[in-house]
Design a protein around this ligand. Sequence first.
Ligand code: NAD
Ligand code: MG
Length: 389
Amino acid sequence: MIGVTVLGSTGSIGVSTLDVIARHDDRYRVVALSANSDADRMAAQCREFQPDYAVMADEAAAEALALQLQQTGLETEVLAGEEGLVKVASLAETDCVMAAIVGAAGLLPALAAARAGKRILLANKEALVVSGQIFMDAVRENGAVLLPVDSEHNAVFQCMPPGYSGDMLHDGVRRILLTASGGPFRSVDLAELEAVTPDQACAHPTWVMGRKISVDSATMMNKGLEVIEARWLFNAEPERIQVVIHPQSVIHSLVEYVDGSVLAQLGSPDMRTPIANALAWPERIAAGVNQLDLFEVARLDFEAPDFARFPCLRLAYEALERGGSASAVLNAANEVAVAAFLDGRLKFTAIAAVVEQTLNALPPAAADSLEQVLDADREARAFAGRLIN
Ligand code: NAD
Ligand code: MG
């Protein structure tokens, strides 16, 4: 049996992961689950999967959960806080860690899994955006295996040459083509964007996801974060990563070779496909996903991204170019701005402005140690918070 820890089990990716695991209970055993504060949902997941550990990031929620589990006679041990998250990411009984916490809050547990040499299924792109080289070094130095769950990166992973060396040109790869749906505002009149509400921004045309990533998809900061994610996962120079708007979300990404071949991975837009791929790689397991009906899809459209409509995408490329801590600053300012937008304290169009002003105000520092990137993250959060107030 393969032991699995699911970080962020009550979220969109977490629930899809448990759905795939439940279809293969002869193969996977849930060792630990974690969530932020939703004790009721966590209690239900504990009853179904009977993990050894359940971690609540929030201390009060951990107490509430412990009480509920006691009443039902479950033996799951309840842990709290970041310490608990780090512990369940590195347990000896765990072979495989699904990193599905949202935001930089997931960095330390994901890094703990890397340091413990686990197989890491990475959904939490912010962790890699913030820590970049530090994360990749931890994976390499500790013999961890890093498998992308983000649908685009999982598609690229499937299309890359088997046993990819980490040197694109050496392996005959010319470009990575990352597809993007363009989100709900791809063709909305630009003047209307200012008045957009959180619910409009979260109504994604092709994917159902958590609220933070849904807003990121609407600003296309999500694709910007994914460009940075691809830079690290595949050791790709930014100019070899092309974003392609593809509204149907059927082609999840493509890899272009020097001989002119272009390989693509297609499928129904359902995260259980990349989750199952990463769980079982190099084998294949059923994921409960609807078969792709090409006759129903009928056509595939492509457009170039519009940087005027989506300034966040431009800012992500700029952060990569600046290097050092700039990606951590970009991510932190964006997290603060998106939270303020979801709270009704910031206009949709001001998200990019907050990120840009924070990037311009905080010159990139070195990002060689965890302390340095955590400092950059803290400073950027404080600066963006002051801008919004
Ligand atoms: P979500 O909001 O639905 O779930 C987030 C999970 O993280 C929840 O279990 C929540 O309890 C937990 N969490 C939140 N804040 C936390 C904190 N401070 N400490 C500990 N735990 C915390 O988000 P999601 O849509 O499932 O996305 C999770 C990650 O996966 C994000 O990084 C996102 O970018 C990435 N991702 C999601 C999708 C998708 O389809 N949802 C696709 C690709 C990548
Ligand atoms: Mg994605």
